[in-house]
Design a protein around this ligand. Structure first.
Ligand SMILES: Cc1cc2nc3c(=O)[nH]c(=O)nc-3n(C[C@H](O)[C@H](O)[C@H](O)COP(=O)(O)OP(=O)(O)OC[C@H]3O[C@@H](n4cnc5c(N)ncnc54)[C@H](O)[C@@H]3O)c2cc1C
Ligand code: FES
Length: 265
């Protein structure tokens, strides 16, 4: 893990609020689920780096590639930092810290994988789906415009089912309803999205006897386990190791869902 200055290859708007950012970064090995911390401004405001999951590994020209000359992120503009980021142009430079975190463990049998994502939670699952080149994605979005990011998965050998809150595409309702229908014992669930969704995914997986890994998002100041700002209360760890909290940035962001105390998240 190291901090470096990297050049922007592209920073394209892909929908009303989503951008696709390509960075020329000769990457060390990236495990799906790794994330980076980006400094979006040279000044003091905003002071803190912002965390983003790694969507894809690309070539120097921004095209899909396994050569590891760059990475691609997908981000949603939600506040000051992401708004500044959205105005950056190709050729400008950004300071990047990473790769950070643990990433998703690979399954022994790729056929039993079921991925479930809500909104921007789809980001770390794309590289995962690409590496295992199989599996099923259940994707929850507010509406058709947000659901567009799932199209890359369809180009992989990956089945995609969509649920939208407004019913404009796919099933009208919550994506967890799709999981209840499709999950069978022995499957391994890989999930990323809002906490309420992840909590429900953990409950459904437990009920079906399925192993479940969740990638958590917490507000992060340092990203490297120093500030203790991203702590989550642990459950099983607590009993086994007498350890009450886990740091999402340095011990996660991917956790076995049974280790998390969902009641206080
Ligand atoms: C490990 C990790 C990976 C992430 N990956 C991605 C990604 O791939 N793409 C992406 O778009 N975003 C991702 N995020 C969220 C992203 O870091 C925040 O959206 C970003 O930091 C917001 O910065 P801002 O300055 O624009 O917003 P701020 O001005 O800091 O906040 C604006 C609003 O967004 C809310 N907000 C801030 N951070 C988060 C968060 N983590 N989750 C939910 N709401 C938040 C705030 O509560 C506030 O309401 C990730 C976060 C983590 C921890
Ligand atoms: S963000 Fe500082 S310890 Fe995790």
């Amino acid at each position: 893990m190291q901090s470096q200055t990297v050049e922007i290859i592209h920073n394209d708007r892909v929908s009303a609020k989503y951008f696709r950012l390509g960075l020329a970064w000769k990457t060390p090995t990236i495990v799906p689920g790794h994330f980076v911390m980006l400094r979006v401004s040279d000044g003091l405001d905003p002071l803190l780096r912002r965390p983003f999951g790694i969507y894809n590994v690309i070539g120097a020209k921004g095209k899909d590639s396994l050569r590891g000359e760059g990475i691609e992120l997908i981000y949603q503009v939600v506040g000051k930092g992401t708004n500044i980021l959205s105005m950056k142009r190709p050729g400008e430079k950004l300071s990047i810290l990473g790769p950070l975190g643990n990433g998703f463990p690979y399954p022994e049998d790729h056929k039993n994988v079921i991925m479930i994502a809500g909104g921007m939670g789809i980001v770390p699952l794309y590289l995962f789906a690409k590496r295992i080149n199989r599996g099923k994605l259940l994707f929850g979005a507010r509406g058709r415009a947000e659901a567009g990011v799932a199209k890359d998965f369809k180009a992989l050998d990956c089945k995609v089912k969509i649920a939208t809150e407004d019913g404009s595409i796919g099933r009208k309702g919550y994506v967890t309803e799709l999981l209840e229908e499709d999950l069978t014992p022995g499957m391994i669930v890989y999930a990323c999205g809002p906490v309420a969704m992840l909590k429900r995914v953990a409950e459904i997986s437990l009920k079906e006897g399925a192993k479940c890994y969740v990638s958590l998002e917490r507000a992060m100041a340092c990203g490297i386990g120093v500030c203790l700002g991203c702590a989550v209360k642990s459950k099983a760890h607590n009993e086994k190791e007498n350890k009450n909290y886990m740091m999402v940035c340095s011990e996660g962001p991917v956790f076995d869902s049974s280790l998390i105390d969902w009641d206080v998240l």
